[in-house]
Design a protein around this ligand. Structure first.
Ligand SMILES: Cc1ncc(COP(=O)(O)O)c(C=O)c1O
Length: 464
């Protein structure tokens, strides 16, 4: 494995697999780190965008060395993301077929990415526990048994997973830190990273402390603190880390400290990482950063600390990097009014809503609805709302006359507007929804924004 990872040099790499590993380490100076120095290893810079490229390569090459992969073999894995991307990257370069079993809660972007890399994606239920035949790992194991010439990669039990980190990630960190390192803050998905780092440093520098960063809801931090695994029954939104059991490949024996980080803190830290350091990390980077900062600040003597940016934030642009998603989820706040204005997701006065001008074409309105995935638009003229146009208006207008796409939107909009003042009672909205309308909130002639059914649902959920 070690020799498979090429040194960064000025000559061209033979192929993209040679670019796996040798990721940069950067000082995080934009944060209050108490007496400590904090460094971040940018695993997001791997060609597949995550730390999992290392294990994708190592698990496939280990299987090749063990004679378990015949030419044209089918690799099968249960994965919700980064390992799938890594395996897809490596499998395609090496001519293997790849089938991935994925829980159906995964983002569309990840699935598009996997398919575009040539992987076959089989969706399974995300609402069933381990042991259920539709649980993603159980289904992948069964598929591997039933498919001829198949190899079940099984990152949770595959020893080549921690070995990748023992042989590449850990020595890279040790060299980059010039052999002056006191602690590493790390998350656990399969535990491959933590176990590999733990084994290497146990041999080379046993004083290096391993610190666990764990999402709130995961049972792993509790296991470090009390020795017991007690599933919480609560989920979390941070992706890639945390679990309700200790995976077979995970060795927590050298971990003495664990920090539990809420989704809210993880997401806010993720945004801070981009603002302060210009690093676009995935959601788990926020968890690791938050834990690393807490660890650093509680030290009384200077220490050199490393943490990881395990994947790129590119995959999460529509979530943690989307202000409206953060608001919808209740992870960020804004001015509160105590009336219907609090339910308007995109306030007009903030320039946050999507509108169309009365003189624009029906085609422009349709394009905007498609782009923003919304089904109606306020029609504006001279700063005032003069109508609403929705998909049905457009469809009925152009169905027999496609040339009407080029007509002004004012021709198709509904101009008889039922508006509500901000202090209207909530049940009034339901009446509008029952009549197939959206709520147009207007105060003293000023348009404040729309409230749709989903806005009310989001608002109710936030208050739960
Ligand atoms: C996105 C992501 N994937 C994976 C991992 C680590 O996974 P594993 O424990 O499987 O090595 C991390 C660790 O922080 C992570 O942030």
């Amino acid at each position: 494995m070690a020799e498979a990872v090429a040194d960064m040099s000025s000559t061209p790499a033979r192929n993209v697999l040679d670019l796996i590993g040798h990721t940069p380490l950067v000082a995080a100076r934009g944060f209050d780190t108490g007496p400590c120095e904090l460094y971040l290893k940018l695993e997001s810079q791997n060609p597949g965008g995550s730390i999992k490229d290392r294990v994708g390569l190592s698990m496939i090459e280990a299987a090749e060395r063990a004679g378990r992969l015949e030419p044209g073999a089918t690799l099968i894995e249960a994965t919700a993301g980064n390992t799938g991307l890594a395996l897809a990257l490596v499998a395609a370069r090496k001519g293997y077929r790849l089938q991935l079993v994925i829980p159906d809660k995964m983002s569309q972007e990840k699935i598009f990415h996997l398919k575009a890399l040539g992987a076959e994606v089989l969706m399974t239920r995300s609402d069933v526990p381990k042991g259920h035949p539709d649980y993603y790992e159980d289904r992948a194991a069964r598929l591997a048994r039933e498919t001829p010439n198949a190899f079940y990669v099984s990152q949770f039990t595959n020893e080549a997973n921690p070995r990748a980190h023992e042989e590449t990630t850990a020595p890279e960190i040790w060299e980059q830190m010039e052999h002056r390192l006191d602690a590493i803050v790390c998350g656990v998905g399969t535990g491959g990273t933590l176990t590999g780092l733990s084994r290497y440093f146990a041999r080379v520098a046993p004083h290096v402390e391993l610190v666990l960063a764990d999402p709130q809801g995961s049972a792993l931090a509790g296991r470090v603190r009390t020795g017991k695994v007690e599933p919480t029954g609560r989920g979390w939104l941070v992706e890639g880390i945390g679990g309700d059991h200790v995976p077979p490949v995970c060795d927590l024996s050298r971990v003495r400290r664990a920090f539990t980080v809420s989704d809210a803190e993880s997401f806010r830290s993720c945004r801070e990482l981009l603002l302060q350091e210009g690093i676009l990390g995935g959601t788990s980077s926020g968890t690791l950063l938050a834990a690393a900062l807490r660890y650093c600040r509680e030290q009384s003597a200077p220490r050199r600390v490393v943490s990881l940016v395990c994947d790129s934030g590119n995959k999460y642009l529509s979530k943690v990097y989307n202000d409206y998603w953060m608001l919808d989820q209740g992870f960020s706040t804004r001015e509160r009014f105590g009336d219907l204005r609090d339910l308007i997701a995109r306030r007009h006065a903030e320039g946050a809503d999507v509108t169309v001008a009365a003189g624009e074409t029906v085609l422009a309105a349709y394009g905007r609805m498609k782009l923003y995935d919304i089904s109606q638009l306020p029609v504006m003229q001279d700063g005032r709302i003069v109508g609403i146009v929705d998909e049905e208006d457009v469809l009925l207008e152009v169905f027999e006359h496609p040339e009407r796409f080029h007509e002004p939107v004012s021709r198709v909009m509904a101009s008889h507007l039922v508006t509500v003042p901000p202090d209207a009672p909530l049940p009034q909205l339901l009446e509008l929804f029952r009549r197939g309308l959206v709520a147009i909130v207007v105060h003293q002639g000023e348009f404040l924004g729309l409230i749709t059914r989903i806005d009310v649902l989001n608002w109710l959920r936030r208050r739960m």
